[in-house]
Design a protein around this ligand. Sequence first.
Ligand code: SF4
Ligand code: SF4
Length: 345
Amino acid sequence: MKNITMGRTGITVPQNGFGALPLQRVSFEEAEHILLKAYDGGMRFFDTARAYSDSEEKLGRAFGDGKIKRDDIIIATKTPAKTPEDFWKDLDTSLKMLKTDYIDIFQFHLMGQCWRSGEDNGMYECMLKAKEQGKIRFIGGTAHKLGIAKEIAMSGLYDTLQYPISYLADEKELELIKICNENNVGMIAMKGLAGGLITNSRAAMAFITQYDGIVPIWGIQKESELDEWLSYMENTPALDEEIRAFIKNEQEELKGEFCRGCGYCMPCAVNIQINQCNRMSLMLRRAPSKGWLSEYWQQEMDKINNCIECRACIPKCPYGLDIPALLKKNLEDYHEVLNGNRKVM
Ligand code: SF4
Ligand code: SF4
């Protein structure tokens, strides 16, 4: 596994980071076990967020209280704050939950605009002040919209950019890696498995290893998933002919418009779980499980019939999807499978 230096931060870590969002779904004991195993296995970059319920607290319990040397790991977290008051509240809570005196990379979570210094809201100044106080080391931003991500990368104000990158990313998205490298900005790749659509971790890892300056954070919930990622520390998959052909095939199959499951379009006016229902057809094909056909999911899918076409969700989708139309298509496919007209497993 190669080590990556993350732009001007100078932070150097193995190109195999830990995304701690899914830790919300496991117990404190399990989380501690998984996190310490990740550390023992060589992972050094851990990304969490204030918005991931108890994820920060789980990191704090696993690594805090001197269980490991603090400067042995890099902790990145995020605040969704939109006012200075919330910023300071969040930063203090994050420090407390993470049981640390400083956060290596503090990121504005899901930026709707690239905040700059001198703006009325004073948000960027909060970052500068936190840095001055030694509470954070570097300033980062996360975004799902390409235009905003580019602005962040080129602004000269942010040390890192977090953006979804996987082998399903298009040319323009992949160009962001180059932009980050040229601007000396460390890149953090989220959603390397495209929210569950990619099921071949070897191919996902091989794809990322062709780039420099970018650290993927794999969302890890189960020990078996961790084991898979840790196995690549020793045997890092190469982007050989076989994997290239596999990826090409996948890109062909998934090209066009598809829902990434990010959930930014929600809540829906009639409570449709858009982030799941809008890719049910793909999930049935790519990650088939009887669970998708359960009574619960049948009811959730049938809520699509209640869509009032208010279109409030559409401008919130970073991928510009026609959500109501795509939902209807998913519902049709779902019933095809339910009625046994199409076999998926
Ligand atoms: S258009 Fe349909 S799916 Fe979108 S928010 Fe309105 S009701 Fe929900
Ligand atoms: S429809 Fe768009 S915003 Fe909503 S979950 Fe899918 S990709 Fe995300």
